[in-house]
Structure formats: structure tokens, C-alpha cells
Design a protein around this ligand. Sequence first.
Ligand SMILES: NC(=O)c1ccc[n+]([C@@H]2O[C@H](COP(=O)([O-])OP(=O)(O)OC[C@H]3O[C@@H](n4cnc5c(N)ncnc54)[C@H](O)[C@@H]3O)[C@@H](O)[C@H]2O)c1
Length: 264
Amino acid sequence: MMQDSLVLVTGAASGIGRATALRYAERGARRIACLDLHDKGAADTVALLKQMGAEALAVHVDLGDVASIRAAYEEAVSWLGGLTAAAHIGGYSWRGETLDVTPEQWDQVVNVNLRGAFFCSQAALRVMYAQGRGAIVNMSADAAFHPVHGFAVQAAGKGGVALMSQTLAMESARRGVRVNTVSPGIVKVQPTGVSRPDSPALRPVEGQAPPPPVDTLPDQTVPGRYSTAEEIADAVVYLSSDAASAVNGVILPVNGGGYFSLQY
Ligand SMILES: NC(=O)c1ccc[n+]([C@@H]2O[C@H](COP(=O)([O-])OP(=O)(O)OC[C@H]3O[C@@H](n4cnc5c(N)ncnc54)[C@H](O)[C@@H]3O)[C@@H](O)[C@H]2O)c1
């Protein structure tokens, strides 16, 4: 499915990003560049990929820093020797009390999740336009489409990722490049990458039941369970592959059927 492809994955040190890098290797990718802020996690992913017979390289990147994104892309693409597919997965989910969010927290979360995805996409498009082919997959989140208490900043960033990607898809459609978005519901991961910034605790509202803790979210979903990182990875790899050659600009929810209610 990805035979001989040259692939770049951000967030490859952990969770969905690592699962995606491994899936690319299973599907025959030749070279995989693993970008992350967490060097040890990225190196561990590279070791796993090499055991599977793929060529792999760990590249340091801070997705909150555009200069770092550009430098990492330059290093990765020059090693890859081209770019068949780019999966921009790095970032995090962040839940915090709206009244207590600071400008610094907004900047940190939105810069990594949204600005990072844009400038990674820009770097990928520069290479892919020159090649006349390529596929980009960006990572949104269902919290952008189903309101969840405390996820306003997350919704702003991840909703922005999805809509920005549709514009890029339209711009790139006649240049041989596709840009799609995956929107996971709730995914059980064992994070080994960087930890997210502290969240301001949700405030109780007088006369209202407190919002339930986030780890009970799966109960509110149709399948009643977490998705696995591998289930998200399968969707990313599909959208990157020629099997999806006419699929462009979609926001693909991978959530087992969504949420039962928005009363969360
Ligand atoms: N787990 C979920 O339920 C869920 C749901 C919806 C969307 N997502 C999205 O999926 C993506 C992957 O998340 P995950 O669940 O696998 O979590 P994770 O913490 O296991 O993986 C996130 C990876 O991103 C890296 N990262 C974080 N900040 C970075 C930065 N500034 N620069 C470079 N790398 C950075 C981390 O080091 C880590 O390797 C994220 O964008 C997240 O928002 C996750």
C-alpha cells in the first residue's frame, strides 16, 4: 500500500504518531523520518522501525517554533530524498477552565497544535508541489466538533487545523497533492513523549453538577470504549496512500460513531 514510499511523521515518539510510523513500515514504506521534541521516544521508534526492515531517522523538532520546523523539514527531506507522504500528528489535547486560561497557555497550545500544523504543511507543500505529487494528513480532534467542557482552546486549535486543511486541499488539488484530516474521538495511548502544559482546574458552578472527569469520556461515546492508536494510524495511512487517490479535503472522524450526547 505504501511500497517504496518516503514518509515523514511528526509526533512519532509516542501514541498515535508512533503507531502511524509503524503502520507505514508494515505497509512497505522505504524510509521514515520520525520528528518529535522527545528525542529518546523518537529514537525508540526508529529502533522499532529498523527491526521491521525500514530505514528510519529521528529528527528533533519543536512544533511551537517555526524555525525549528523548517530546520527539521530540511534535514528530514534531504535524508529521505523526496516526500511521498507527511503525517502531522504531533501535539496534544488540553483541557482547562476557560475563565483561568492565560494568554501564555493559549499561545503554547495553539502554536503547537495549529500554527505547527500549518507550517509543517507549508514545508511539505513546497516539496510536494516541486514533485507534482504527495499526500498530507493533519490531525484534528472530535473535541473541535462536539463541545466538551473545558476544551475551548483545544477546539480553537484543532477546529482550525481541519478547516485550514480543507483550504490547502483546494489549493493543491490540481498540483497532484492531497491534504486530508483525521479527527479521532478518544484514544487510549501510553504517552512516552513530552508532557502537556498544566491545565487550569475546572471550576464548579453553583447549582450545577460538576463536569465529569475526562477519563469517563468513553462512556459518552457510541462504542463505549477508547479507540486504539492503531485504529487511528490505519486511517492516516489509508489517506496517505494511492487507495485514497480521489479523497481530498475530507475531515475523517475515527471515533466508532461519535458521542451520544453533548451534555458533557
Ligand atoms: N489521544 C486522544 O484521545 C486524541 C484525541 C484526538 C486527537 N488527538 C491528537 O492526536 C495527536 C497525537 O496524540 P497522542 O494521543 O498520540 O498523544 P501522545 O502524547 O502520545 O503523542 C503526542 C506526541 O507529540 C509530541 N509533541 C508534543 N508537543 C510537541 C512539540 N511542541 N514539538 C514536537 N513534538 C511534540 C510528543 O512528544 C508526543 O510524542 C495529537 O495531535 C492529539 O491532539 C489525540
